[in-house]
Every structure is written in C-alpha cells, then in structure tokens.
Design a protein around this ligand. Sequence first.
Ligand code: MG
Length: 232
Amino acid sequence: MIEAVLFDWGGTLSTHGDWDLLGMWRAAAEVLAPDDPDPVAQALLDAELAWWHDRVRDGDGTGSGSTEDIVRSVAAQTHLPVQQALAAYHGAWEETVDHDPSAEVVLQGCKARGWKTGLLSNTHWPRELHERWLAEAGLLDLLDARVYTSDLGHMKPHPIAFHTLLDAVDVRPENAVFVGDRPRDDIRGAQASGLRAVLLTGRAVEQVEVVPDAELAELAGLLALLDSDLSG
Ligand SMILES: [Mg+2]
C-alpha cells in the first residue's frame, strides 16, 4: 500500500539539461580572480567533481557538504569575496533551471490520492535556493517534506538520507515509493532502505545495473503506473 511518493530533484522533478558546469563556476571565478578566472574556474569544477566522486560515485553516501565548502576549499584565503562568488555562481544556474512540465500535475495527483509527498536531493546548493526555485515553479507547497543533503551529513545512496525523509513524512519504507533518475544513488539506495523504486530512464547519468520495481521514460506516466502495478 502506498502512503508516500518521494522524489529526487535533478533530472526527476527538474529537467535534465546539458549543462556547462565549467561555465557555471566561471561566474564565481570571475569574482574571485577577475584578472585570470579560467584556472580558478577549473579548480572549482575539479573540487566539485572530487566532492561528488568521493561521496557518491565511489562512496556510500557518507559525508556531504555545501557550495560554500567547495568554494572555500579553492579560495582558502578568507579575504576573498566568497559570498559574492557564491551569488554569481547561483545566478548562473538560475537561468538554466527548469522543471518537468508534468511535475505539478503529478504532485497534485499524489496529494489527491491521499499520499504524502517528499523530496530528497543530493546537492551542495543551499536549501533557500532550492526552495525558491520550487516555489517559482509552484511545486514547493505540493511537497510535504524536503530534504537537501547540503543540510545533512549523508547523501544518497546512504540509508540515513532516505530515513531522514521517511521520518519527515512519518511513513515506513515499505509504504513508500521513490522516484529517481540515477540507478545507483536513487534506485539501489532506495531499495536498500526498503522502499520500492521507480527509475526514470533515458537520462544522461551514470548507468549501473539495477532492477527497479518499475521504469518510466517520462514523469508524466507516474500516476498511471502507481495506480496499476505498484498500487498493490
Ligand atoms: Mg537526479
């Protein structure tokens, strides 16, 4: 029996863009090192990728961190304008972030069925940024609980990340379905924590062998799926 439907953010509720990650960091680098931003932009991207690889790709989700941690790891001298650099970096993302056109209808449908809804995002961005974007898309109030790993000591696939969200919606894992686009962090992680998991396929993410409880090409098909196979 379904009591809660829990979602990943990037590539699940949001659209999966072909993003220029180095370009995003260049906005911060132009603040930190206006005379020679390119090496700083590269160092920031390298720090972000190392952060991701150590914790999620090659790790079990232990450890987390914030965008500010990443910037400070490169801009170690405290006199550098870190807050300005963060604002520039977040501003660069602002223009690219978009949400799946069916996200609002899907979340409304979950609520209409009496299911709790929740969000669990592996992210170094701050809560305020995510919540503003969700509010602008009309999604914030449709998500009963939102967990951002930048606020936690753990990330998906670690069970602590999933259980933090389950506790927030007060639902047991066997009564929750997780929907995500990353086979290892979302699907294997959710199943290892006792949830059923729906994989959104066709995204440009690392492909790892998993056996999801169901697959979907588009988020728009979720309600029909949950009303059929997964509802029992
Ligand atoms: Mg994702």
